[in-house]
Each structure stands twice: as structure tokens, then as C-alpha cells.
Design a protein around this ligand. Structure first.
Ligand SMILES: CC(C)(COP(=O)(O)OP(=O)(O)OC[C@H]1O[C@@H](n2cnc3c(N)ncnc32)[C@H](O)[C@@H]1OP(=O)(O)O)[C@@H](O)C(=O)NCCC(=O)NCCS
Length: 168
């Protein structure tokens, strides 16, 4: 298995994997909308390949954390592995590869909405622990934050997702 940055020749495979993994089109549309937006971080759009075939994808992008001032923080969304390749550790390696890249940048935190059973193993914790409020009416444990080396306590407030996320 190999993990690398996505390029435009991967876009169709990435859309298909997301449609299959989620059983709907929303996430593929979200990816396309983020790519075209000012919140995109091309270095942090990664694919996993097995035998040179793309079987997984993860996207990190900027979102806003709003307190008295607005901070740019990182969102992890979406992640998908082709159904035929799930539960083989590919999703775990995609998250770890993204977090390793993020650790080399001056980023403060990653935010994810998802299953705590999957994300807590990477150090994600409920956002309320960091005084960070979800914009969604979801249980506290599914809206999670992982602080990065640039984290300071001043990074708190309300998370505001960019318009691209209206797709989901
Ligand atoms: C979530 C997903 C990306 C994980 O990828 P994967 O390659 O299957 O993950 P791994 O093989 O690294 O599995 C890691 C662990 O997460 C668990 N896991 C996998 N998918 C999970 C899910 N949807 N919910 C909870 N746990 C999950 C696995 O059982 C495994 O647990 P274990 O290590 O205790 O055995 C993949 O299952 C997927 O594409 N799901 C559909 C799309 C989706 O739900 N994306 C996430 C939205 S937050």
C-alpha cells in the first residue's frame, strides 16, 4: 500500500470510492466543492493505492473557529475506503499519514465529526474538553478535536463550516 497526494487523474476514482463507501453522492460533491474553494489544502488531500489502484481517500481542509477573533483550524472530512478494502488498516494509515503531515505545519488542531471508536485511537477527544462548540446538534462524544503542536488554550469558540459543507 502506498499513500500519496491526490492529483486530477484520481478525481473519478475518489468520487466512486466515496459514493460506494457512503452509499450516496453527498461526500463526493463535498470533496469537489472543497477542492474549488479557498479552504482547500492540496498537500493534505491523500489517496491510498494498492497495486497502483486508488482504494482510499482522506481530505483535510480549513474551517473557521470563531471566538472574539476567527482562527483557521483543520477539518478532517471526508475519509473513505473502498468497501472491498475496508477493515484492512487502510483508513488507519490514511489518518496517520495526514496527522504526520499536519505535525510538520503550523496548524493548531484537527476537528472531526465521526465515530469515537475509530477516532479516539488517534488522540481525538470530545471538543467540549477544549471549549469548542459544534455547530450541529450531535452527542458530545462524536464531535472531536485533536490538538496539534501549535495548539494554545486561546483556540476555543464555535466551529463554523464553510459553504461547501452545505452539501452534506
Ligand atoms: C471509516 C473507514 C474510512 C475506515 O477505514 P478502514 O480501512 O475500514 O479502517 P481500518 O481497517 O483502519 O479500521 C480501523 C478500525 O476502525 C474500525 N472501523 C472501521 N470502520 C468503522 C466505522 N464506520 N465505524 C466505527 N469503526 C470502524 C475497524 O473495525 C477497525 O477497528 P479495530 O482496529 O478495532 O479492528 C471505512 O470503513 C469507510 O470508508 N467507511 C464508510 C465511510 C465512513 O463512514 N467514513 C467515515 C465518516 S466519519
Amino acid at each position: 500500500m502506498n499513500i500519496r497526494c491526490e492529483n486530477s487523474s484520481d478525481y473519478l476514482a475518489i468520487a466512486t470510492i466515496n459514493q460506494l463507501a457512503f452509499g450516496r453522492d453527498n461526500e463526493a460533491q463535498l470533496i469537489a466543492a472543497i477542492r474549488m474553494s479557498e479552504f482547500s489544502i492540496p498537500e493534505l488531500a491523500l489517496v491510498a493505492e494498492v497495486d497502483h489502484v486508488v482504494v482510499g481517500h482522506i481530505l483535510f481542509s480549513y474551517i473557521n473557529l470563531v471566538d472574539e477573533v476567527t482562527f483557521k483550524v483543520i477539518s478532517l472530512a471526508p475519509i473513505a475506503v473502498h468497501p472491498d478494502f475496508q477493515k484492512q488498516g487502510i483508513g488507519t494509515q490514511l489518518v496517520q499519514a495526514g496527522l504526520a503531515k499536519l505535525a510538520t505545519r503550523k496548524e493548531v488542531m484537527v476537528i472531526v465529526l465521526g465515530d469515537p471508536q475509530f477516532y479516539t485511537r488517534f488522540g481525538f477527544e470530545p471538543s467540549v474538553k477544549y471549549d469548542i462548540a459544534s455547530p450541529f446538534p450531535v452527542p458530545e462524544d462524536v464531535f472531536m478535536v485533536k490538538p496539534l503542536p501549535g495548539y494554545q488554550a486561546k483556540y476555543r469558540g464555535n466551529v463554523i463550516y464553510p459553504p461547501a459543507f452545505n452539501q452534506v
